[in-house]
Design a protein around this ligand. Structure first.
Ligand code: IPE
Ligand code: IPE
Ligand code: MG
Length: 261
């Protein structure tokens, strides 16, 4: 979208306004992917149960989804639950799924108002029927929207995604000689979307934790110590501004502007 649309939601004179005015709208990341981490630590700092950190993280999701849509980002992918997260206590997993359902129910109107297309990526068939129903309703209700694609990665694993793509190639009878990187990427959950230009991780951890392994081949990585429940528009704008200062080379020797390949 535009600076004007972004400024509509920022109080005059707020520090975010100066950040928003610095953004180069001609060189935005086409796709931003975020590893939302640190909910448990946020709760522990306040002597609260971990689930309170997840609950507080919903406000960050709201803020980031709306800011990204107003900025004019083409796709936003949020890592909500990994295939490894089933290792957590069942009470935490249940609470996370319940929060997800509640978020969707409460936010669907706002998602539609912002012309956002909601989509789930991951091994969704392993999720429970009630969660699946809520996700399907969200996807159906927003399928006709033409603005930002908002992917939620749920029961998602990068390696699982690559295995699923390989299985699809075999099932479709694609001859090995016909398979190349371009075709393979169209078998991934993110088919049709650009690869993330910017990968954000909160809470200071320097790892990718099985997220979008194929797609982040040349993503610019930005890590902040801010815990996810404290992450707001300001942090997203800081990440975009940092991204716009990077020299992307793709293995070449000449620095190229952020958007050209
Ligand atoms: C991220 O926060 C949310 C999920 C992985 C679902 P964590 O729950 O991992 O929080 P920390 O890393 O323990 O602080
Ligand atoms: C990554 O966070 C998964 C999500 C954000 C959903 P984790 O907290 O599960 O990752 P690790 O265990 O620190 O690598
Ligand atoms: Mg974590």
């Amino acid at each position: 979208m535009s600076l004007e649309q972004l400024l509509e939601t920022i109080p005059r004179g707020a520090p975010d306004e100066a950040l928003a005015r610095e953004v180069n709208f001609e060189a935005l990341p086409r796709h931003i992917a975020i590893i939302m981490d640190g909910n448990g630590r946020w709760a522990a700092q306040r002597h609260l149960p971990r689930v309170e950190g997840h609950r507080a993280g919903i406000e960050s999701v709201r803020d980031v989804v709306e800011t990204s849509a107003r900025l004019g980002i083409g796709a936003l992918t949020l890592y909500a639950f990994s295939v490894e997260n089933w290792k957590r206590p069942v009470t935490e997993v249940t609470a996370l799924m319940a929060l997800l359902k509640r978020y969707l129910r409460l936010e669907l109107d706002a998602i539609n108002r912002n012309n956002i297309r909601f989509q789930v990526i991951g091994r969704t068939d392993e999720l429970s029927a009630d969660v699946l129903q809520e996700l399907a309703a969200g996807q159906e209700a927003t399928a006709g929207n033409s603005g930002m694609t908002f992917n939620i990665a749920l029961n998602y694993g990068g390696r699982a995604e690559i295995v699923d793509a390989a299985r699809r190639a075999i099932d479709a009878g694609i001859a090995s000689a016909d398979l190349d990187e371009q075709k393979f990427s169209q078998l991934l959950y993110t088919a049709g979307q650009p690869d993330p230009d910017l990968l954000i991780r909160t809470s200071g951890e320097m790892r990718v934790s099985n997220f979008l392994l194929w797609q982040i081949a040349y993503a610019e990585i930005w890590v902040t110590d801010t815990l996810w429940p404290d992450f707001r528009r300001k942090h997203l704008l800081e990440a975009v501004l940092a991204y716009q200062k990077r020299d992307r080379r793709y293995g070449g020797i000449k620095p190229t502007p952020a958007l050209t390949r």
